[in-house]
Design a protein around this ligand. Structure first.
Ligand code: N01
Length: 543
């Protein structure tokens, strides 16, 4: 859908806005909606050809959201009143249609320029402006810049030897082709994160032969998908306003919280009963509604793993596969990698047409024209290879925009030794720039729409304050950044999270500094922290 806003390509004309938002996913859409309420001239640049952010790009087979309905949607009544979902965990196609409904209801597209990949951003300090350029030559400037660029935008392309020599179809899961060659063919999937699990479930059903290359077996939880009726949703809508408000007061934004206390407050029978109940509820209930000490106490963690293994092991009839996928000793501490939700992942892996290659025992040596050779010297032949190898998560979308602050440093240079932000929202050297759903905020540990709305509301209140008090700009102070980072790492070091190589820790990208990239205190506490800083602009240089 093209933008109705007149825009000029080439460098002869600069489009001027109060606020420019980069990205039209949940974060960009909600920012635009809220800024319009302030009466500001706001505009969005979006790399994709329509709204939806990650849902625009995630076309791989089986893509569906792991947060359940009713939580995974916008809270604006005008949007949910006229919308019903068909499943508890909607698929990507339905989410795409949902964004059309959002657009139709809120008339967002008229203020969005699509197919506009931002590739240069510079600060003009003298004029208190951000200048923004896109790959296709559009130029704009703005007083406030909102980077709603998402946590999962830049693909992680591993550098396997001779990858370029492969003559079959080589695809990354987040740039999946419209015509995949996976029906009745020989396919490889590399990876077993949330994406790998979803792809594998679908491709196993249509490929003649599927080989799944797994470096670390995932500890996937049952989704327990089910259809949703219109009647059920109509009935529940009377509670939606209260529900969405309550979500913003939880840690995860999922409408339920972890109980206070310890799992050791329960005897064996009580614990088993609770865990059976949480397991049967499906989705993230088993970890997000469970006692939090599993993430802190190795003994509680081991008990969670044992429970998971007891439930999952019997689903695999092939004993060799079972030993690899559900080993006696957990492949990593439960919950220290993002849990994937599965429907019939283990049954699919158990099929006779599916092989598993354990990449720790038998790493990939090189690609060939027709397949992959492992350390065992065996060449496996494929028509299609799918890299479900994830993202340069949390920071990749920000560091790849060539965004320079007032001192001329790019974010990449600024963060070469690790991320520094104040409140996971502002950056030293970058006055009047705000990040949404970025690093050092609760991003990865929350339900996206809930956290995004709560954070955007704070950002908009910052902008409102600057305008009402005649403040030209605010800029994060380095000292505040150092304190914010330290608080995050201190909280992290009290958990089991640092023990595991995960994208939470930046450890999935070679050379990326290893550090916790998320705020661990949850949405409610995060918003309290931000609102305290908003009060007296603590930690900011005010001009
Ligand atoms: O990526 P990942 P993802 N050689 O980084 C393996 C969100 N999401 O796209 O675990 C061999 O989790 C890597 O192995 P290991 C969600 O937040 C949401 O799956 O590092 N293997 C791992 O198995 C999710 O967490 C949804 O040992 C290599 C896999 O590739 C996030 O996106 C759906 C390798 C990457 O897993 C990322 O998920 C999908 C190498 N060089 C995604 N490099 C929904 O809500 C990486 N791997 C549904």
């Amino acid at each position: 859908m093209p933008s109705a806003q007149p825009l000029t390509n080439g460098h002869s004309h600069t489009n001027t806005y109060d606020v420019l938002i980069i990205g039209a996913g949940f974060g960009g859409c909600y920012s635009l909606y809220k800024l319009r309420e302030l009466g500001l001239n706001a505009h969005v640049f979006e790399a994709g050809s329509y709204l939806g952010g990650v849902w625009h790009w995630s076309t791989y087979p089986g893509a569906r959201v792991d947060s359940e309905i009713p939580y995974y949607q916008f809270s604006m009544p005008e949007v949910w009143r006229k919308w019903n979902w068909s499943e508890r965990f909607p698929g990507r196609e339905e989410i795409k249609v949902y964004f059309k409904h959002v657009d139709h209801t809120l008339r967002l597209s008229k203020d969005v320029t699509f197919d506009a990949t931002v590739n240069r951003v510079e600060r003009d300090e003298a004029r208190n402006r951000w200048k923004v350029w896109t790959e296709n030559g559009i130029e704009a400037e703005c007083t406030y810049l909102i980077c709603a660029t998402g946590s999962s935008y830049k693909p992680n392309f591993p550098n396997f030897k001779d990858m370029h020599k492969f003559k079959g179809q080589l695809v990354h899961s987040c740039r999946y082709p419209a015509n995949p060659n996976t029906k009745g063919t020989r396919v490889a999937v590399i990876g077993a994160g949330a994406t790998g699990v979803q792809c594998t479930q679908e491709i196993a059903k249509e490929a003649s032969q599927l080989t799944v290359y797994i470096r670390t077996a995932s500890i996937s939880l049952p989704m327990f998908q089910r259809p949703l009726t219109e009647f059920e949703q109509r009935t529940n809508k009377s509670m939606y306003a209260g529900l969405f408000a309550r979500c913003k007061q939880t840690k995860s934004g999922l409408g339920y919280d972890q109980p206070a206390g310890s799992v050791f407050d329960l005897n064996d029978e009580e614990r088993e009963e609770l865990w059976e109940h949480l397991w049967e509820r499906g989705g993230f209930n088993f970890n997000q509604a469970n006692y939090r000490d599993f993430l802190v106490d190795p003994k509680a963690n081991e008990m969670m793993y044992r429970f998971w293994a007891k439930k999952t092991g019997p689903r695999l009839k092939n004993l060799e596969k079972r030993a690899f996928l559900v080993p006696d000793k957990a492949p990593f501490a439960f919950g220290t990698k993002r849990s994937s939700l599965e429907q019939d992942y283990y049954e699919c892996l158990d099929q006779d047409n599916v092989d598993i290659v354990d990449l720790k025992a038998n790493p990939i040596e090189r690609f060939t024209e027709t397949g992959i050779v492992g350390r065992d010297g065996v060449e496996r032949h494929f028509d299609t290879i799918v890299l479900a190898t994830g993202f340069d998560a949390m920071t990749g979308s920000l560091t790849s925009m060539n965004l320079r602050g007032k001192d001329g440093l790019t974010i990449q240079e600024r963060w070469k030794d690790g991320v520094f932000t104040h409140l996971g929202m502002c950056i030293d050297g970058c006055p009047n720039l705000f990040m949404v759903y970025g690093p050092q905020a609760p991003t990865a540990f929350t339900n996206g729409p809930t956290f995004i709305e709560a954070q955007v509301e704070v950002v908009v209140d910052f902008i409102k304050k600057l305008r009402s008090e005649g403040i030209r700009s605010i800029e994060a102070q380095r000292e505040a950044e150092v304190q914010w980072k330290q608080a995050i790492q201190d909280a992290n070091n009290k958990t089991l999270l640092p023990l595991t190589d995960s994208w939470y820790m930046g450890a999935n990208i070679p050379g990326k500094p290893r550090e916790q990239l998320n705020y661990l205190g949850g949405i409610q506490q995060y918003i309290i922290d931000c609102r305290e800083a908003l009060e007296d602009l603590r930690g900011f240089t005010v001009v």
